[in-house]
Design a protein around this ligand. Structure first.
Ligand code: SF4
Length: 225
């Protein structure tokens, strides 16, 4: 497998935000979201066998009472690499709770059911809207999460309407609305979390506001956190 980085940090997003987690970031993505904050994972990387990844995860997660039990497979787009389902099987077999963060463009149904799938649904301002594989709606369940990253009122309206039209709040355990975080180098603007919170409250939506916790804890431009 081609890997950009393996590191231990705090889970920054979703319903497990705040928990210690080991991240396995796979190299390569076939999308180019305008506000992508992991473009450094598009190219390069280092070859690892599944066994070598497991060893690295084990070393970072530690042992005994203080063992980190949560592992996230992310990218880039982790479902582009054919060995990803096998990696997930091995991590589950080693006793970890396994999450995967994916763009939604690839079908998640080949992953073991026990894997917690965080599936993005790209809004218009990402520049990659319309790429979602609609078959994924039938492949997620109550332990999974659907995430809309929102850059504007137009994105919010899209996410709200999609959530209602497809009964997303019933299909998955959590629907996440996350504001785009402004690029530290000024390449794209952010959306105010307060503005998004006020839209959600005004419409009474059954969704969770998601903030990228790691960007508040560390420098927003920092890698490996
Ligand atoms: S799908 Fe994810 S990794 Fe790929 S360009 Fe979009 S935000 Fe970046």
């Amino acid at each position: 497998m081609v890997i950009t980085e393996i590191f231990k940090s705090i889970q920054g997003e979703g319903t497990r935000a705040g928990l210690p987690c080991v991240f396995v970031r796979l190299t390569g993505c076939n999308l180019r979201c305008v506000w992508c904050d992991t473009a450094y994972a598009f190219y390069g990387g280092q070859r690892y066998t599944v066994e070598e990844i497991l060893e690295r995860v084990r070393a970072l997660a530690g042992h005994g009472n203080g063992r980190v039990s949560l592992v996230e497979i992310t990218g880039g787009e982790p479902l582009l690499q054919p060995e990803t389902p096998a990696l997930a099987v091995r991590l589950l077999g080693a006793g970890y709770t396994v999450m995967i963060e994916t763009s939604g463009e690839r079908f998640v149904g080949a992953l073991p059911r026990e894997v917690i799938k965080i599936v993005d649904l790209k809004c218009p301002d990402s520049g990659e809207s319309g790429k979602f594989d609609m078959a994924n709606l039938g492949a997620v369940d109550q332990k999974d999460e659907i995430k809309f990253v929102i850059a504007s009122r137009r994105d919010y309206d899209f996410a709200r309407d999609f959530t209602a039209r497809h009964g997303m709040a019933q299909r998955v355990g959590q629907v996440l609305f996350s504001p785009v975080f402004a690029d530290p180098e000024g390449r794209w603007p952010g959306l105010s979390a307060r503005e998004l919170a006020e839209w959600i409250l005004a419409d009474g939506l059954p969704v969770r506001l998601g903030l990228q916790l790691h960007k508040f804890i560390w420098d927003p431009a920092m890698k490996g956190v």
